[in-house]
Design a protein around this ligand. Structure first.
Ligand SMILES: Nc1ncnc2c1ncn2[C@@H]1O[C@H](COP(=O)(O)OP(=O)(O)OP(=O)(O)O)[C@@H](O)[C@H]1O
Length: 672
């Protein structure tokens, strides 16, 4: 018989040497005595390391894994942290409750659904299911009529979600975020009530329910609350600065018995208030927990001192914050951050391309370089320029400017007006009308091609047989097409884009997309770009060519994945690059004009700027154009962003870029 032999758990490996692997401030947080604690961890200071070691520490102190709850911003973050804990810790880490608030909510609700009127085995609706359910309610209630645009499922889902996560009533959300739907508030509220009922009937929960219903469960059922409060002896929360109202309340409830709540975050990086995050959660933590210990972790491992100096100086402008001073461990870099004024947005793109090619020559890999900006549309000229010069790039949103649905929709109008035989463009266009799917599009197309026979007398399309729901919109569409091609001639492309927006597409976007404003800016930028072209055909050919260029072969790069990153700052959160270009630093763009309306708005923008700067390890470029060429409505003088003027001069290195001998394209020039 085989001899049974058991390994002693303590012989699994050497004990973690916490003091050797952590700096003093990290060690203090990791080994903190029980009780509430707030860990303010600056950018690049090792938040992840601190949390991971804290969990390992708790295990070593004898806390059972199932008594630890680790809440993170993404499930991936939780997985990675727990893997690290597993590797670090001598005690088994399995059994720790780790994940996002949503996944933990789901886990709790799965066991207790009946207690709040749902059945076990409920389904979780993704965003698409949610929108479909809302749409069917709108249809059943007859709210969308031929005379009135009613918000689409996506927009309604967004309104409901924001309302739940912030606790603001629907009327307030609409009044502040969707002003153009104010007259419909009562109907929108009705849809929400019906939606709540329908979810119950279908035994389905949406994503927000995973938070709100969990909270409801804990508040309503004392025994359930007591069970989890007993279980979670230690609660750790990552990225606490971006929690919303419900998430903070959930933590409060779950931690009520033991009070061992450790929240980690950086108040200077709170950038999600627009989707419901509540900055006050982190700021007021010491007020809500007067006995809380506050730890600051201020050693930065990422950036050179020159970059950190800029970040530190900038964030000083914010009143609402925990003052801190990030200190670098890295040594000085030969270059201070470059402050680069450019004459126009086109020159800004040219500068980036040239400088990036030089850096590449000098041996910097393209994936060590990022171009960061406030809003997606700021990247358009850069995308054009990189495409033309064969610089490979990837975009964090996944979609290149010209591949976006709204850009393609509007282009479809232009394509059809210039080429009335373009069936694909026609179908894309008519499918925007209510009640027109693939089948009706086919039937309308066959009538249209008969009537037009390749000509541009669009007025002849009035009165075609279309689904009754879209009759009015069809007439409007025909009218618009006729305007685009008056008397057989074709308007200039930018005028066409303006007309399409004005007559049809702007309204469509408002009701269809939750991020209407961002899309509208994209289309203004497109109209601006189009102003360089007299001929619509030429404009459309350029669009097609730009979309088709395969950039990866153009530069000698080491691998397919070697690309410059183009990203909004929001999507760059948590990441880092050797070289960072922060672009479009002008008033109105960054800070965005909308955010500049309130002090809170400005402070959040400044935090966003701070996040941008602190993504940089070595070399930082801050660029802005003096003139915005091709803005949808004329050329506009730009003022440098206040975030630039706030930086003491001696911290940056002013660059003077002289125009190349080759003339820079202006709006009157040929494009390339
Ligand atoms: N005590 C330490 N000794 C050496 N390196 C460390 C230490 N703590 C953290 N680091 C390193 O510092 C870098 C930054 O850490 P991390 O990415 O966790 O920062 P962060 O606090 O999450 O930053 P941000 O909030 O800006 O995204 C990592 O490469 C990490 O390995």
């Amino acid at each position: 018989m085989a001899r049974h032999y058991q390994l002693d758990p303590t012989s699994a490996g050497p004990a973690t040497d916490f003091a050797a692997e952590l700096n003093e401030q990290q060690l203090a947080a990791v080994t903190a005595a029980p009780g509430p604690s707030l860990v303010i961890a600056g950018a690049g200071s090792g938040k992840t390391r601190t949390l991971t070691y804290r969990v390992a520490w708790l295990l070593e102190q004898g806390t059972a894994p199932r008594n630890i709850l680790l809440l993170t911003f993404t499930n991936k973050a939780a997985r990675e942290m727990l893997e690290r804990v597993g590797a670090l810790s001598q005690s088994a880490a399995e059994g720790i409750w780790g994940g996002t608030f949503h996944s933990i909510g789901n886990r709790i609700l799965r066991r207790n659904a009946e207690r709040i009127g749902f059945r076990q085995g409920f389904t979780i609706m993704d965003r698409e299911d949610q929108e479909e359910m809302i749409e069917s309610i709108v249809a059943r209630e007859g709210l969308r009529t031929n005379d009135r645009r009613f918000p689409k499922g996506e927009v309604l889902a967004d309104i409901f979600s924001y309302s739940i996560n912030t606790g603001a009533p629907i009327s307030q959300v609409v009044a502040t975020k969707y002003r153009y739907f104010m007259p419909l508030i009562a109907q929108i509220e009705r849809v929400q009530v019906a939606y709540e009922g329908r979810k119950r009937e279908a035994n389905s929960l949406d994503f927000d329910d995973l938070l709100s219903k969990t909270l409801e469960l804990l508040q309503m059922c004392e025994d359930v609350a007591a069970q989890y409060q007993q279980q979670f002896q230690h609660i750790l929360v990552d990225e606490y600065q971006d929690t919303n109202r419900i998430q903070a309340e959930l933590v409060d409830w779950l931690g009520r018995k033991h009070g061992n709540i450790m929240v980690v975050g950086d108040d200077a990086q709170s950038i999600y208030s627009w989707r419901g995050a509540n900055f006050a959660n982190i700021l007021d933590f010491p007020k809500r927990y007067p006995t809380a210990q506050v730890f600051k972790i201020e050693t930065n491992y990422r950036s050179v001192p020159e970059v950190l100096n800029v970040a530190n100086a900038s964030i000083l402008g914010n009143e609402r914050q925990f003052p801190k001073n990030l200190a670098p461990v890295r040594t000085s870099y030969p270059m201070r951050p470059a402050l680069v004024p450019l004459s126009t947005n086109n020159q800004q793109a040219t500068f980036l391309a040239q400088r990036i090619l030089e850096l590449h020559e000098e041996g910097v890999r393209l994936n060590e370089i990022a171009v960061l900006y406030r809003a997606h549309f700021h990247s358009m000229e850069v995308q054009l320029e990189f495409t033309r010069r064969g610089i490979p790039f990837s975009i964090t949103s996944g979609l290149r400017f010209f591949e976006q649905a709204h850009v393609k929709d509007v282009s479809a109008f232009l394509k059809f007006a210039t080429n009335p035989r373009d069936e694909v463009a026609f179908k894309r266009m008519v499918k925007l009308l209510p009640g027109v799917g693939a089948k009706s599009a086919e039937s309308i197309w066959s009538q249209t091609s008969d009537v037009l026979d390749g000509g541009t007398e669009f007025g002849r399309l009035h009165g075609l047989k279309v689904p009754s729901k879209s009759a009015k919109n069809w007439e409007q569409l025909v009218h618009t097409l006729a305007e685009l091609a008056p008397d057989g001639s074709i308007l200039a492309p930018s005028t066409m884009i303006d007309s399409v927006l004005f007559a049809v597409y702007d309204d469509y976007m408002k009701s269809k997309f939750a991020n209407y404003e961002a899309r509208r800016e994209d289309l203004n930028t497109l109209a601006g770009f189009a102003r360089q072209f007299e001929s619509t055909e030429e404009f459309l050919s350029q669009l097609a060519l730009l979309g088709a260029v395969e950039t990866t072969d153009a530069l000698a790069v080491e691998s397919e994945s070697e690309k410059v990153t183009l990203s909004t700052i929001h999507q760059a959160k948590g990441l880092e690059w050797k070289v960072v270009f922060l672009i479009w630093l002008t008033e109105g763009m960054f800070p965005s004009s909308r955010s500049a309306e309130t002090d809170e708005g400005i402070e959040e923008e400044r935090r966003l700027f701070y996040v941008g700067v602190t993504r940089c390890c070595d070399e930082l470029y801050l660029t802005y154009p003096d003139l915005r060429l091709n803005a949808g409505y004329g050329e506009a003088l730009q003022r440098p962003s206040r975030f630039l003027t706030e930086i003491p001069e001696e911290l940056v290195e002013g660059w003077e870029v002289s125009a190349s001998r080759q003339k820079e394209p202006t709006s009157d020039d040929e494009p390339f």
